[in-house]
Design a protein around this ligand. Structure first.
Ligand code: RNT
Ligand code: ZN
Length: 411
């Protein structure tokens, strides 16, 4: 059998494939609900603020029933532990009901909690500070307009409260991630003012202490139409989090200059933080949020996590939204690719390589690192999928095709 032979070849390198499979199966990946409907949500908003889903593939989910059905279908084809990552714009309203973002309550998300419970999954949460007429001149929490800023503070306060209640209901911790689009197209006259207002907004939002919420803030370098200045930059949030116990800096690998190595940032954050929330994405020329692939960037990020035994610290979420291909397939490809990259990282002989680095055996280190690349990794992945009762890589697409014909094309 291919797996047994792979197992013994990895054993020769000192790697226990059984342990890697076990570790992988216990690590939850938080799957973003917003891939299913092009970040449109249920409250009439939509994606803006410098992000964009492009394409018009048929079958977009238009409501809670459709989105959860699609999400469930994708999950049937994805091995391992999964979580549902929600945005506040996915509030489920009763017929005819509508409340503004500053007035949302737990009851609007109770159907999601029931859904997650039936799938045995946890939930993560994000206030939605975009896609709303209340965004003024592209600004939310850093707005100089006090009414605007107050609205978004209240939205984030409401979101954290909902996250706490979701956590209580699920007896679990909920990652609550604040990302704001705030920035400027052209050269700022004032860089400090917006940041001081953002700091004050965050202080107000985070004042209430919760036991079921892990708070984080997501930095960014630029967005479409916001090319010259982003208020919530990485330095801003790193500084903020360092001064504020229990608030973490979320790293989205699409939010840096293309030549920056995001994996390297993880080993810096690990010196100072006990959680490292992540958005795994794929940027093509800009923060385009293409579907995650089993590529070098993702492998390197997970390698950094695996080699530092930081799996409990890394809170892995996905962030992509592609409207040009089957959306269920996009979830499956992206999540399975991330899991592959994690398994790949778990099957690298990190201890040997580190020992070679420390003893100055750089030639041998480079040789071994190259040799690892052609190890029979695929056989271990196939074994994992089989044990998890999900289709193999060349088998799951049929299920998506049937679902597309029976469900998606009928919409
Ligand atoms: C935007 C951020 C943010 C969003 C989601 C929809 O650049 O990456 O995480 O993609 O919240
Ligand atoms: Zn993100």
């Amino acid at each position: 059998m291919a797996y047994n032979s792979a197992k013994s070849r990895y054993a020769d390198l000192g790697i226990d494939t059984e342990r890697a499979i076990e570790t992988l199966s216990n690590k939850a990946i938080s799957i973003q609900c917003w891939q299913g409907d092009d970040v449109i949500g249920f409250d009439g908003g939509g994606a803006d603020g410098g992000i964009q889903a492009t394409g018009n593939y048929p079958g977009r989910a238009r409501n809670f029933r459709e989105l959860t059905a699609d999400f469930k279908k994708a999950c049937e084809l994805i091995p391992g532990k999964k979580r549902v990552n929600l945005h506040a714009s996915y509030a489920v309203f009763d017929d005819g009901e509508h409340v503004d973002r500053d007035k949302i309550e737990y009851r609007h998300f109770a159907p999601w909690v029931t859904f997650a419970q039936t799938l045995g999954m946890g939930i993560d949460f994000n206030p939605t500070c975009f896609g709303s007429p209340m965004v003024k001149d592209g600004l939310t929490l850093s707005s100089p307009d006090e009414a605007t800023r107050r609205f978004w503070i209240q939205h984030c306060v409401a979101s954290r409260k909902i996250a706490e209640q979701i956590g209580q209901a699920l007896r679990d911790k909920v990652l609550c991630n604040i990302w704001i689009p705030d920035g400027l197209k052209d050269i700022p006259a004032d860089r400090l003012g917006p940041r001081m207002r953002l700091k004050d907004s965050l202080d107000q939002i985070l004042e209430q202490k919760y036991t079921h919420v892990i708070d984080c803030v997501e930095s960014k370098v630029f967005g479409i139409g916001l090319e010259s200045y982003t208020v919530g930059s990485n330095e801003f949030y790193l500084g903020y989090c360092k001064n504020r116990q229990g608030v973490y800096n979320l790293i989205d690998n699409g939010h840096f200059h293309p030549t920056e190595n995001v994996a390297d940032k993880i080993a810096s954050l690990l010196c100072f933080y006990d959680y490292i929330p992540l958005h795994i994405t794929r940027s093509v020329r800009w923060d385009s949020d293409h579907v995650v692939l089993f590529d070098d960037t993702v492998k390197e990020i997970f390698t950094e996590i695996a080699r530092n035994n930081a799996l409990d610290k890394a809170l892995i979420g996905l962030d992509f939204f592609d409207a040009s291909i089957n959306r269920v397939a996009a979830w499956v490809i992206g999540t399975r690719s991330a899991q592959k990259a994690l398994l790949y990282a778990l099957l690298i002989p990190h201890e040997r390589l580190t020992a070679m680095q420390n003893s100055g055996d750089f030639t041998q280190k480079l040789t071994l690192a190259e040799n690892v690349k052609l190890m029979p990794f695929g056989a271990v992945w196939e074994e994992y999928c089989a044990r998890q009762n999900v289709p193999a890589d060349n088998e799951w697409f049929d299920a998506v095709t049937i679902y597309e014909q029976q469900v998606l094309l009928a919409r």
